[in-house]
Write a protein of this length. Structure first.
Length: 146
């Protein structure tokens, strides 16, 4: 746990309907103090539990952006990181589209890996974003709804 978390460690947090750009996240986390930068990119895959997925739509509760900010701030406080970024897409996505990008920077790789894993895992469990999958057989399924 960092003794004094950087007040400006949370560098980029957003939900958007437009395609996500990994370079934007990398630029937001650019600094000379960090020896480790880890990035997780979540993409829309063509299957789920043995079923063919043709696409999906993400919906976010009106409080989702605030929840995402809290998650990022919590990771910045709990881990010895220099920077934190998280951007999630909402709206209609197709196979291969980037759905989420999370990243952290730290002096050392171990801290960056641990923080990024916590960031994506906590985002998935605490931020009210729901996935509506479309399957090849014409059926649909909601994932992550309360």
């Amino acid at each position: 746990m960092p003794e004094t978390p950087a007040p400006d460690a949370v560098r980029l947090v957003d939900l958007r309907e437009t395609p996500l750009e990994v370079d934007e996240v990398l630029t937001a986390l650019g600094d000379v103090e960090s020896g480790g930068l880890t990035v997780f990119i979540g993409r829309v895959r063509n299957h789920d539990h043995g079923r063919d997925v043709t696409g999906l739509e993400y919906s976010a509760h009106p409080t989702a952006l605030d929840a995402l900010r809290r998650v990022c701030a919590s990771v910045a406080e709990e881990y010895d990181v220099h920077g934190v970024a998280a951007v999630h897409r909402v709206g209609r996505l197709e196979i291969g589209d980037i759905a989420v990008v999370v990243a952290t920077t730290a002096a050392h790789r171990g801290d960056a890996f641990s923080a990024s894993r916590a960031l994506i895992d906590t985002l998935k469990s605490e931020v009210p974003i729901w996935k509506h999958q479309r399957f090849a057989d014409g059926t649909t399924e909601w994932v992550g709804t309360p």
